[in-house]
Write a protein that binds this ligand. Structure first.
Ligand code: DAK
Length: 258
């Protein structure tokens, strides 16, 4: 395990785990933490020993949003000059699957972090929300956009305007969360899912993520052209030959990510 200033990281069986680690302030995301998360993910994206990543806050709380103490004295110009949104944008460029394993509060910037991941496994008692409105601001790292795409305009507006917290069950019913489990099983469930995906042909996993992301932002026609290109591209891989030969020879494929 590697302990950095704001996170702990380790890898097990092809899965890289990032645990947010500022327990005294409920894992509030300060700038250092965002940088450490991004640097770790980008390094793992290039690392053949990591196939899937998990972000978790541990067994009690995912995170209570951005660090309010750090933000309190910011002004429009200092935020523009810091250009911190550019750092958050880099999350969208990570090619490998990222699973958020969420216990307890997942608020504000932390909810935006979870929504930027590909899948969310949540505790039955987890709470999701955007309390920015109570601070006289609004989400700034994709919250209004991603929540609206997932649950539709009217529902998203209600949560964003009230600042209320939604239950994990509601989040699951509205396409925000993939699975809910008992709080003590969240990490285990996320790890099971991660290891299942980690065993799949790596290039297929990667091309599917790209194609699905394209479908969110483009017309059906454009996204299908993109899907087709990725489909053709996989026929240039050794894994396609291996996967199909293994089926014909009635054996398990040995994928290499090539
Ligand atoms: N920041 C700093 N400290 C926090 C914090 C936060 N977000 N949340 C909690 N803490 C600290 C508390 O101050 C307290 O510290 P001490 O008093 O012990 O020194 C400690 O954590 C324990 O918190 P509580 O005593 O309040 O614990 P409770 O169980 O009573 O309440 C709570 C839990 C989650 C309901 C409550 O802590 C709370 O309401 N926290 C604030 C939630 C919130 O408003 N979050 C921030 C939303 S704004 C950006 C990208 C994204 C964002 C901004 C910029 N860029 C790219 C530039 C995102 C903005 C946001 O997330």
């Amino acid at each position: 395990m590697v302990s950095k200033e704001t996170i702990k990281t380790w890898t097990e069986a092809g899965v890289g785990v990032i645990q947010l680690d500022r327990p005294k302030v409920l894992n509030a995301l300060n700038r250092k933490m965002v940088t450490e998360i991004l640097e770790t993910m980008e390094a793992w994206d290039r690392d053949d020993d990591v196939a899937v990543m998990i972000v978790t806050g541990g067994p009690r709380v995912f995170a209570a949003g951005a660090d309010i103490d750090e933000m309190a004295e910011d002004d429009a110009i200092s935020l523009e000059l810091l250009n911190q949104f550019a750092e958050w944008d880099r999350l969208a460029w990570v090619k490998k699957p990222i699973i958020a394993a969420v216990n307890g509060y997942c608020l504000g910037g932390a909810f935006e972090l979870a929504l930027s991941c590909d899948l969310i496994v949540a505790a039955e008692n987890a709470q999701f929300g955007f309390p920015e409105i109570n601070l006289g601001v609004m989400p700034g790292a994709g919250g209004t956009v991603r929540l609206t795409k997932l649950m539709g305009r009217a529902k998203a507006l209600e949560w964003l305007w009230t600042g209320d917290y939604m239950t994990a069950e509601f989040a699951k019913a509205n396409g925000v969360v993939n699975r809910t489990v008992a709080p003590e099983l969240v990490f285990e469930e996320a790890m099971k899912l991660a290891q299942k995906i980690a065993k799949q042909a790596p290039l297929s996993v990667r091309m599917i993520k790209e194609a699905v992301n394209k479908s969110v932002d483009h017309s059906v026609y454009e996204a299908m052209q993109f899907e087709r290109k990725n489909f053709y591209m996989l026929f240039a891989s050794e894994d396609q030959k291996e996967g199909m030969r293994a089926f014909v020879e009635k054996r398990k494929p040995q994928f290499k990510g090539k």
